[in-house]
Design a protein around this ligand. Sequence first.
Ligand SMILES: Cc1cc2nc3c(=O)[nH]c(=O)nc-3n(C[C@H](O)[C@H](O)[C@H](O)COP(=O)(O)OP(=O)(O)OC[C@H]3O[C@@H](n4cnc5c(N)ncnc54)[C@H](O)[C@@H]3O)c2cc1C
Length: 419
Amino acid sequence: MKVLIAGGGIGGLTTALFLHKAGIEVEIFERAENIRELGVGINMLPHAVSELAGLDLLPDLDAQGIRTHELIYANRFGQVVWRELRGIEAGHDYPQISIHRGKLLGLIYKAVVERLGKEAVHTACRVTGFAQSGGGVTVEICGHDGALSTVSGDVLVGADGLHSAVRSQLYPEEGSPIWSGIMLWRGCTLWPAWGDGQTMAIAGGNVAKFVFYPIATASGRDHTRLTNWAVMAKTGDSGTLPPRVEDWSRPGVLTEVLPFVRDRFHLDFVDPAAIIAATGGFYEYPNCDREPLPRWSFGRVTLLGDAAHPMYPVGSNGASQAILDARSFSDRLSSAASIEEALADYDAERRPKTSEIVLANRRGGPEGVIDMVEARAPEGFENLDDIASFDEREAVVRGYASLAGFAKTRRGHDQCGRP
Ligand SMILES: Cc1cc2nc3c(=O)[nH]c(=O)nc-3n(C[C@H](O)[C@H](O)[C@H](O)COP(=O)(O)OP(=O)(O)OC[C@H]3O[C@@H](n4cnc5c(N)ncnc54)[C@H](O)[C@@H]3O)c2cc1C
C-alpha cells in the first residue's frame, strides 16, 4: 500500500513517521521549495508528546524545547486568576513542551529523512487536485516551474493546512477561512529567564491578551531564555475579512501592536512593550478557523491537522491535535479490513473530538477564565473569590482540558493559594 500525503507540515510529516513505523510506504508532497524552520513558539500537550515519544523523539524535543512546569493566568495588572502545574508535575506521564515551531518541524523532518530517506519528501510540489476510483487515487502536482504531473497511490491524506487544496476539492463551496476579528502578533527573542525559567503566563482580558513563555535555553547563558510572546487583540468584526490574507509568515508592524499593550499592562514579570520592541522581526496572523465539517473521509481520501480542523491558536491544540490525528490515522490504516473502512473509522474517532475543540476555542478556550474575571472586575480586585469562586474558575479551565483530552483529576500544587 502507498499513502500520498499533501503537505509536509507537522501533521503530514508525523503521519509519515507513524505509517513508516507500521510498515506502510509513504510519499509526501510539499508546496514550499524547502522544509524551512519557520514560525515562533508552539506548545505540545502531554498526550501529543507521548505520541512523539513513541516515535523516539523525546530526547530531541528535550534538546530543543522547554518542559513547561507551570501555567499562570492573570489580569492585566498581573493579579493571578488561576495557576496550575503542567505536564509531569500535574500527574501526566509525559511533559508539556514549549518549543520553536521551526525546531519542532526540523526535528520531525530529520527523523523522516533518516527513516524514510530524503526521496520520500518531494518539495516544490503543490497538490492541485485528485481523482479516485475503486482501485486507487491519482494526485495532480504542480512543480516549481508550473509543470503539471500526476502520481498514483492507494490513499491521499490532505495535510495541507488552512488553505487546503484537498479540502477545497471535497468542499468546493466552502470559501475563505472565518476571521474572529482578533489579530495575533507573535515573536520570540532572547530575554532574562522569569522564575524557574519554565513558566508560561497569559495575562489580560477581553480587549487584549499577552502571552509569554520560554521556548529554549540559550547556550552558555543560564539566566536567559529564547522567549515567545504573543498579543491578541480585537481589531475587526467577527466574520469579516481580515485586513490581509491569513499567512503564518506575514511580518507584523510595531506601531500596530504597541497601542494594545502600552499603558494597558502592568505586569511584574515583563514589560510587554519592551520585549516586543526588542524583538527584531515578528509576525501577525488573523485568528481564524473554519466550520467543523460533517465528514473528512471520502473513499480513499481524507483530511488531517489544520486542513481538517483549523482552530484559533488558543489552548495549545494546533500541533497537538494534528499529532493525535496522525497516530489515529496510522493505527486505523494498519488494522482495518479495507482502506475505506480505515478512513471512515479515523473520521469517526477524530472528527467529533476536534470539532468540539474548534467550537470551544471560539468561546475563548481555557483563557476564558481571565475574560470572566476582567468583565466583572476591569480595574482589578482585592479578593478574587468575591469576583469568581474557585469552582467557577476551575469549571472554565478544567472543562476545556477535559474536552481537549488532557484533563487530570489531580488539582496540582495550589490554585491561587488553595490546596
Ligand atoms: C509557516 C508556518 C508557520 C507557523 N507558525 C506557527 C507558530 O509560530 N505558532 C503556532 O502555534 N502555529 C504555527 N503554525 C501553525 C501550526 O504549525 C499548525 O497549526 C499545526 O502544527 C498543525 O499542522 P499542519 O501540519 O496540519 O498544518 P501546517 O503546519 O499549516 O502545514 C501544512 C503544510 O502544507 C503545505 N501546503 C499547503 N498547501 C499545499 C498544497 N496545495 N500542496 C502541498 N503542500 C501544501 C504548507 O506549506 C505546510 O508546510 C505555522 C504554520 C505554518 C505553515
